[in-house]
Design a binder for this molecule. Structure first.
Ligand code: APR
Length: 246
């Protein structure tokens, strides 16, 4: 078979034969929808804001109103955009391979809106509200600058994982198990700089999976992967899934 793109044929063959595919996505997969990434020069959120001012429990304790303003703005951005062809391609891939585990570091719900089911939310979900004191899920009264917990009266917080916080145990365990079990592992649209998410590719590789990256800017980790496809997920993933389904 000949391919018309830079998608390696051995990767297509591995996906066709795969029993279990594990995909880890990062902010890049939502870039073509118009959601800003974090670490890209000029356009990344961390080029404009300091992570320690906005994405740590200490920052929240210092100025919860500021944190809520920032997260409400990010919720608005996520609500106003649409999933892109990369999100839809991953939802389609789940219907083609026997088993697919989708782990996302994104909190924007775009995979879910594109039809992906059982998405593992590694860094939480921006649309969930939690009690800052005990982490229980609550519903915020959005008329308040800093919504309060109906149970304890303390502040609510957005349900994302901040720097210095643990990954939700269920998400961590399920992701690790999928990385160990899968035959093909795809790392899509992530700088692979934030651990433990960035460690999943290594776990997959140590356990014999074929590992590939999709990213217009190949990452440092990708030098050790089997394949690095230098393109955007909105273009590469639909093409890749088309080939797998042939
Ligand atoms: N398609 C695929 N990849 C893309 C695209 C695109 N259209 N556009 C940009 N990228 C790539 C960039 O080259 C970069 O490698 O997406 C990556 C985005 O990297 P980061 O901004 O670091 O995002 P991510 O890896 O998801 O960050 C991990 O850091 O701040 C935290 O909690 C936040 O979940 C996030 C975590």
């Amino acid at each position: 078979m000949t391919t018309t793109s830079d998608i390696p044929e051995p990767l297509i063959a591995a996906l066709r034969d795969a029993r279990h595919v594990c995909v880890v996505t990062g902010a890049g997969v939502s870039a073509e929808s118009g959601v800003p990434t974090f670490r890209e020069a000029q356009v990344g959120l961390w080029a404009k804001y300091r992570a320690e001012d906005l994405a740590t429990p200490e920052a929240f304790m210092a100025d919860p109103e500021l944190i809520w303003r920032w997260y409400r703005w990010r919720r608005d951005v996520a609500n106003e955009v649409e999933p892109n062809p990369g999100h839809y391609a991953l939802a389609r891939l789940a219907g083609i391979v026997p088993r697919l585990t989708l782990v996302t570091q994104n909190v924007d719900n775009l995979h879910q809106r594109a039809g992906s089911r059982n998405v593992i939310e590694f860094h939480g979900n921006i649309f969930v509200d939690r009690c800052f004191a005990d982490g229980t899920e609550q519903t915020a009264d959005d008329s308040l600058d800093v919504p309060v917990c109906p149970d304890c009266g303390g502040p609510l917080r957005p349900g994302v994982v901040w720097f210095g916080e643990a990954i939700p145990e269920d998400a961590l365990n399920a992701s690790w198990a999928a990385a160990i079990d899968c035959d093909v592992f795809l790392s899509v649209g992530t700088s692979s700089l934030v651990y433990p998410a960035a460690g999943l590719a290594d776990v997959a590789q140590q356990n014999g999976a074929v590992v590939a990256e999709v990213n217009p800017n190949p990452t440092a980790l990708a030098t050790g992967f089997d394949f690095a496809i230098g393109g955007t997920s909105g273009v590469v993933l639909p093409e890749l899934v088309d080939f797998v389904s042939l």
